[in-house]
Design a protein around this ligand. Structure first.
Ligand SMILES: C[S@@+](CC[C@H](N)C(=O)[O-])C[C@H]1O[C@@H](n2cnc3c(N)ncnc32)[C@H](O)[C@@H]1O
Length: 208
């Protein structure tokens, strides 16, 4: 992608490197926790024109509601090729596109719901990405995010800030993002935040 910033290029290359191992790395936690959270999130989508940003290897495909038209984007070509393979195996038709959430190539206000799971821990400029989501979502449309955030516990947040650079370099995501605050600061209207586990994993429901 030609016009991306240095930070974005570095983040994209990191996910290209991680792509072959991503499903394996997340396997245990996927089965024990994430799958139930994904199901909960997808039960809340509205309308039938849905955008998933940061689709990764397509772990949400199993939870896509029937009779919806889903477009899914990711900036990592290697993650996308895994998603393409998963869609093929599942016999699903999903419009997959390589795109940066910080610069979406869609017209204003065309999606009923926009979804992202475990994405805003990695987006280099999260507010820019969230503003783009607001732009492409219909006015009053739904935005659903499943994210891990910085703990409010002072000891835990100190440790999370301390090890964050190492986690970014080895695995990709930042573990010290304040995504609930970022959502509010992007102009989206936060309607509900559900704590899913240990004050770190959150389901956020907002409106454009
Ligand atoms: C931790 S993975 C999560 C993948 C998937 N959503 C899931 O729940 O398994 C983060 C994904 O977000 C993508 N991503 C990060 N920053 C992005 C950006 N600026 N634009 C588009 N995709 C991005 C990464 O390439 C990666 O596939």
């Amino acid at each position: 992608m030609k016009t991306e910033s240095k930070n974005t290029e570095a983040a994209r290359k990191r996910y290209n490197r991680i792509a072959p191992f991503y499903d394996f790395m997340e396997g245990l936690v996927e089965r024990s926790r994430y799958s139930g959270w994904r199901e909960l999130l997808w039960s809340k989508v509205e309308g039938n024109k849905i955008l998933e940003v940061g689709v990764g290897t397509g772990k949400n495909f199993l939870y896509y509601p029937a009779h919806t038209k889903i477009t899914a984007i990711d900036f990592s070509e290697k993650m996308l090729s895994r998603a393409t393979e998963r869609a093929r195996k599942l016999g699903m038709e999903i419009a997959l596109q390589q795109m940066d959430v910080q610069n979406l190539g869609f017209e204003d206000g065309i999606f009923d719901t926009v979804v992202a799971t475990f994405v805003f821990c990695s987006v280099p400029d999260p507010i820019k990405g969230l503003k783009e989501i607001k732009r492409v979502c219909k006015p009053g449309g739904k935005v659903l995010l499943l994210e891990h955030v910085l703990s409010a516990n002072p000891v835990l947040s100190f440790l999370m800030n301390l090890v964050n650079p190492l986690v970014v370099r080895t695995m990709g995501p930042n573990i010290n993002r304040k995504t609930v605050e970022n959502v509010a600061n992007s102009g989206l209207k936060v309607e509900k935040v559900t704590d899913l586990a240990v004050g770190i994993f959150k389901l956020m429901e907002a409106r454009a």
